[in-house]
Design a protein around this ligand. Sequence first.
Ligand code: NAG
Ligand code: NAG
Ligand code: NAG
Ligand code: FE2
Length: 432
Amino acid sequence: MSAPHLPSAAFFAMACFLACAAAAYQRPPPRETLSVPLADDADGLTPQQVHISLVGSDGMRITWITDDDSPSTVEYSTSSTFQQRESKVATGSSSSYSYILYRSGQIHDVVIGPLSPSTVYYYRCGSNPTRKFSFKTPPSSLPFRFAVAGDLGQTGWTNSTLQHVAAQDYDVLLLPGDLSYADCRQSLWDSFGRLVEPLASSRPWMVTQGNHEIEKIPVIHPQPFVAYNSRWRMPYDADPAAPSASNLYYSFDVAGGAVHVIMLGSYADFGPGSSQHTWLSFDLARLDRNRTPWVVALIHAPWYNSNAAHQGEGEEMRQAMEAQLYGARVDVVFAGHVHAYERFTRVYDNRSDPCGPVHIIIGDGGNREGLASEYLDKPKISVFREASFGHGRLEVANATHALWTWNRNDDDEAVVADQVWLTSLASNPACH
Ligand SMILES: *[C@@H]1O[C@H](CO)[C@@H](O)[C@H](O)[C@H]1NC(C)=O
Ligand SMILES: *[C@@H]1O[C@H](CO)[C@@H](O)[C@H](O)[C@H]1NC(C)=O
Ligand SMILES: *[C@@H]1O[C@H](CO)[C@@H](O)[C@H](O)[C@H]1NC(C)=O
Ligand SMILES: [Fe+2]
């Protein structure tokens, strides 16, 4: 039956299209978990889950997993054909862990170097020479480019984010926690390792932990962070002058010391007197801001957040550590946890402050829990907020200027949705 005096469905569709086009970006629903081959399907793929991370100024840790006892050796070379004259072999060690009934493969860990900056190295791991990988070492001076993505998971949206990260070059990826969303299903750590391998084997991935890494079950599996610490070992003990006591917090320099990155542990003790708190004071006290114009910190649960999700969860840590970061004139604090994007102005103690860090929530990598779309009234210190999937880029141009860009996953297209030039606090005499 038709009702010719009523506007047609096409009219409604057009009206809706126009209204939607004029309004804010319409957020897509969460996507399914990807069918990345799970452990059983990928048996025989060896080595697998290859990823790399920085160690000191000229080393690289190569991590991979095998289901056999093949040797923990890496052959690496600046020649893609591994010409003998150019090739070196490094040896490390391997370990495994048990989680209730699950037993991991052999997790191999080899540090190679010294390596030259801005150089492509080819490498192969263990006893399978047919899987060849390559990475580019980061530059030893500015400019320097970070990709930043939190709360990744392994859904169709994660895939979209990873494609966008890979589409533009970068030097190091920073991940403020919540990697695999395995949530005690250990084979999901394996599938995550395979999903990220194309990226994480070719550029250093530097991560810190989120709540989804804890995987503690009272009585049955009381020890936290077992899979995370086994699979994603970071260089917490790389600097003998300032070692951290734990894989859950550490720091490192890039660009010849022009940028100092501090990875904090939102789920490690952080109160005054804790080893993390003491270590942070020590780490910050060693900074020479003439040599290191940029300091960036990462946490998981945000200290500033106007989303309805996870309100107050970072508050205890903020009270414990904000004065330390402020006193050291940390430039930017990245957080995850809230599945959305939000950028604040420079803040300290809940107020706009020209010498405080810019706080950025970048927990929108693509995990299966979906987006956090409900917001509280917008506080004055919140500059830009949007519940969409995406990733960020921090391009440090020189000692004074860095460009921050948030790329939204706009129906599988990376679209620049927020962009701002930041100036280093070291270059602001009013903050000395
Ligand atoms: C990820 O996305 C790319 C491009 O859209 C597609 O070709 C690929 O199959 C996806 N990967 C998975 C595991 O779904
Ligand atoms: C921060 O300030 C806002 C008002 O702008 C207030 O609603 C909020 O409770 C304050 N948070 C803390 C931790 O003091
Ligand atoms: C630093 O980079 C900014 C942005 O590209 C530029 O405007 C500025 O002139 C540069 N400063 C120096 C000292 O090169
Ligand atoms: Fe989280």
